[in-house]
Write a protein that binds this ligand. Structure first.
Ligand SMILES: *[C@@H]1O[C@H](CO)[C@@H](O)[C@H](O)[C@H]1NC(C)=O
Ligand SMILES: *[C@@H]1O[C@H](CO)[C@@H](O)[C@H](O)[C@H]1NC(C)=O
Length: 378
């Protein structure tokens, strides 16, 4: 009995299912029993007999595909002096002609533009040559492509517009010689990895990168971001490659470093130097001058540690900031050294010893001759 009921239920379910898919199918059809135009268009364009996404879509295979490239800078995420790389958030647009996609809008309800998934069609293998990240999923986010038929231009095929956001981390040699008043130039080299000039020809759509949506960076000001096209031969192949070089020039805003490093060090140096000039009295020797010098040196080395944490370890040159610190340390060092010397001479009185002949010759015989001239000048 139950088995018969089950059988009946199954038959009803099958009938319902067929009816359901029939109804769904009907919804896709127009009044004449044909597929709706946009569905027909996608089906026809992606018909495997017609389109093969593995093949570069040109009628004449000797002709290169021209890919026009443009970019918008959205944000400078970070510039790492220590690792010598730069993180950028950009929006890229590539445009090219696909000779195999294209349709007559009169046959497809006057549709001029359609959107297709990126993996359904041929894409140029555009790659950022100096990227630090190898995996594409971690840098570029491919979504869809916009396809516009060339019918109205009187040509075959369609124009493909491929827009995607990208987080690029590129290596960039940062020259911190003039830190914190430095200006850096970082180059992004963009081209196809496998196709030479005879296959893909890149052209920059605009001379400079679009900055309309740029979120200002707290530390850096963008001076310029220009794209230029160059041709370069590589060791691998006789054919030249077309490269796009986008050069980002940024200047550091020095306020942070002036407030946090330059002013404190200058104040400490000033205090230390004036401290050395406090007069000694016969009652006490001002031995604190010695500890003042040692303490200032200690403060300097702590501040210097803060700077060196940011700096790349380079032995090729001494950055300006390093020279600044070194000279300040040198001044305090000289001050402390002379204090020790003067204290040494001064403290001889404890042992009731006379001034040593060498010192008495230097100061009473030589330096004293210059002192009147010096003071008359001042
Ligand atoms: C393809 O293009 C090349 C170079 O422009 C030309 O020499 C050749 O005749 C073209 N072939 C056809 C079949 O049009
Ligand atoms: C497609 O372009 C043609 C010519 O510019 C225009 O007449 C037509 O209205 C466009 N179709 C749509 C859906 O916008």
């Amino acid at each position: 009995m139950t088995a018969r009921w089950c059988g009946l239920l199954a038959v009803v379910a099958v009938i319902l299912l067929i009816g359901g898919s029939e109804a769904a199918r009907e919804a896709l059809l127009d009044d004449y029993g044909e597929f709706l135009p946009h569905i027909r268009l996608a089906k026809d364009l992606m018909d495997p007999r017609r389109y093969d996404s593995r093949v570069r879509p040109v009628m004449n295979h000797s002709k290169p595909t021209t890919v026009s490239f443009s970019m918008s800078l959205y944000q400078i995420l970070s510039i790492n002096e220590k690792q010598q790389n730069v993180d950028l958030n950009v929006w890229a647009i590539q445009k090219w002609n696909d000779d195999f996609l294209g349709w007559n809008p009169y046959l497809y309800g006057m549709i001029n533009t359609t959107i297709l998934p990126f993996d359904a069609i041929w894409l140029p293998d555009t790659y950022l040559y100096n990227s630090v990240v190898m995996n594409r999923e971690e840098t570029e986010r491919y979504i869809n492509v916009v396809v516009t038929t060339n019918y109205w231009k009187g040509e075959k095929g369609a124009e493909v517009k491929f827009m995607y956001p990208a987080l690029y981390r590129t290596s960039c040699l940062l020259d911190i010689r003039f830190f914190p008043y430095d200006q850096q130039a970082c180059k992004l080299t963009i081209s196809s990895w496998t196709s030479s000039k005879s296959d893909i020809n890149y052209v920059p759509e605009y001379e400079s990168v679009n900055m309309d949506n740029f979120l200002p960076n707290e530390e850096w000001v963008v001076v310029s971001f220009n794209v230029k096209r160059i041709e370069e031969k590589f060791v691998c192949c006789p054919e030249p490659w077309v490269l796009l070089e986008a050069v980002l020039v940024v200047r550091r805003k020095p306020l942070y470093y002036i407030v946090n490093l330059v002013i404190p060090t200058s104040v400490i140096t000033l205090v230390a130097v004036t401290g050395f000039f406090t007069a000694a009295s016969t009652s006490s020797e001002r031995r604190e001058k010695l500890s003042l010098g040692i303490d200032s040196l200690l403060a300097m080395s702590i501040l210097m540690m803060m700077v060196s944490e940011q700096m790349p370890t380079s032995s090729d040159f001494v950055p300006l900031f390093g020279i600044f610190y070194l000279s300040i340390i040198f001044i305090i060092f000289i001050g402390t050294l002379f204090t020790a010397f003067i204290l040494n001479v001064h403290l001889q009185k404890m042992y009731a010893k006379p001034v040593s002949p060498v010192i008495s010759y230097i100061f009473f015989g030589r330096v004293s001759l210059f002192l009147p001239t010096f003071f008359s000048l001042v």
